[in-house]
Design a protein around this ligand. Structure first.
Ligand code: SF4
Length: 417
């Protein structure tokens, strides 16, 4: 039986998977082949990535308790995949005051957050002082809160306004309380693709320059990639190759987060002919190939539950990934593009989903230090979420909460048929 399963895997894919599992670095050509794997090859790829995950980081699955804060949605960059940006004169445009930012931080801390993730649109009226002011305002009241903020696009914008050398500018933000940088605005690191997705955004060379310089001053970052639109496997493989070579030199990436394209409400899909996001196979392949290609340099592979949903996220965590991402508490960027997977996954829900797939939940810091390991569900702390109101439907008399019924679970029995 097992021999038949093995024989169904094509020799070329089998050789690449053997190489990956024996610790050889895969080539971009290998990655392209894996990114096209189907049928038995795909199943073998997912299993190999799961084995590699176990060897690299063990069976724990981590998450971080964090809150997203988008300080403004005013933006004139015009990325074709973005449903979040608004122009200043539009009714839904916002620009959060200091009081609003602090109220969101207070809510985050009350709900157990160790991190706030702060990103916004590129408002031409904002400069480097505005970005620094956000950091000092938050750190002034919540010195313990880790600030994960400002994508390379935001760094590019504010750095140009500052007139400072890049390294000096980044250190200036670190001194004001910046903890780590999101490695977003990467999309696909290929200028031909970028010119279609976002011709006004920073190009590949500048993204690399900002990330490498950040790492060189001790400012670590995540690494991301957006897939499921107009890119081809070769673009993805080259992108992974760029990330791996940066990590080899700097060691500054904390994790890799593949982000599926959310297509429903944006121009790229509706007017420019992009694919309608990734298929399930593409989602799983992406995670599995990341694990095999990036090892041993980047060993934390995160699933985005906002993009994939919980159940596919669980499947991805059985196909090479080891991190469930953040609780988020509030999420606008994917929601505005049409994602309907929610905005908040409380820590207790993460623990439940992780245990459902037979693994152990771990709360981590932004930089992957283990804060708490939750081996025994009986010892889990109480929820820090505000009361959840459950809305019942059905005939009115069934909804009466005072009539809670104890049920006796039936004992199953094999009947021999
Ligand atoms: S992705 Fe960012 S930079 Fe691009 S339009 Fe949206 S908010 Fe602006």
């Amino acid at each position: 039986m097992l021999e038949r399963l093995r024989a169904a895997v094509s020799p070329y894919i089998g050789r690449i998977l053997d190489d990956a599992l024996s610790g050889k670095e895969l080539t971009t050509k290998d990655a392209v082949a894996l990114l096209k794997a189907e049928g038995p090859d795909l199943h073998a790829l997912l299993q190999a990535a799961d084995l590699a995950r176990k060897e690299d980081v063990g069976d724990d699955i981590s998450y971080v308790v964090c809150r997203n804060i988008n300080f403004t949605n005013v933006c004139y960059v015009g990325c074709s995949f973005c449903g979040f940006a608004r122009h200043r004169d539009e009714a839904e445009a916002f620009d959060r005051s200091d009081e609003e930012l602090l109220a969101k931080c207070k809510d985050a801390v009350t709900r157990g957050a160790t991190e706030v993730c702060i990103q916004g649109g590129i408002d031409p009226n904002k400069d480097h002082h505005d970005y620094r002011h956000i950091l000092t305002t938050i750190k002034g009241v919540y010195p313990e809160l880790h600030i994960h903020a400002f994508s390379p696009e935001e760094m590019d914008h504010a750095h140009k306004k500052s007139g400072m050398p890049l390294a000096e500018y980044l250190r200036w933000l670190v001194d004001a309380g910046l903890g780590t940088m999101p490695g977003t605005a990467a999309e696909i690191l290929d200028d031909d693709v970028r010119k279609v997705l976002s011709p006004n955004k920073l190009m590949t060379g500048r993204w690399i320059e900002i990330v490498r310089t950040a790492h060189s001053v001790g400012l670590r970052s995540t690494a991301t990639l957006m897939y499921g639109h107009i890119e081809q496997p070769e673009h993805v493989a080259n992108h992974l190759g760029i990330l791996r070579s940066i990590q080899r030199d700097t060691g500054g990436f904390t994790e890799f987060v593949p982000l599926g394209f959310i297509h429903e409400k944006n121009t790229l899909y509706n007017h420019m002919g992009a694919r309608a996001g990734a298929t399930m196979n593409e989602d799983l392949r992406m995670v599995a190939v990341s694990r095999l290609f990036l090892r041993p340099w980047i060993t934390n592979i995160q699933v985005s539950w906002v993009k994939m949903g919980i159940k596919l996220g669980q499947m991805a965590l059985c196909s090479g990934a080891n991190d469930f991402g953040g609780t988020l508490m509030e999420e606008s960027i994917s929601r505005e593009s049409g994602s309907d997977h929610g905005e908040n996954t409380p820590a207790e829900d993460f623990r439940k989903y992780i245990r459902e797939i037979g693994r152990t939940p771990v709360e981590r810091s932004t930089t992957y230090q283990v804060l708490r390991r939750f081996e025994d569900p009986a010892l889990d702390p109480p929820s820090l979420e505000p009361d959840r109101q459950v809305e019942l439907s059905g005939p009115e008399r069934w909804r009466d909460g005072s009539r809670v019924r104890d049920i006796e679970l039936p004992t199953p029995n094999l009947n021999g048929y």
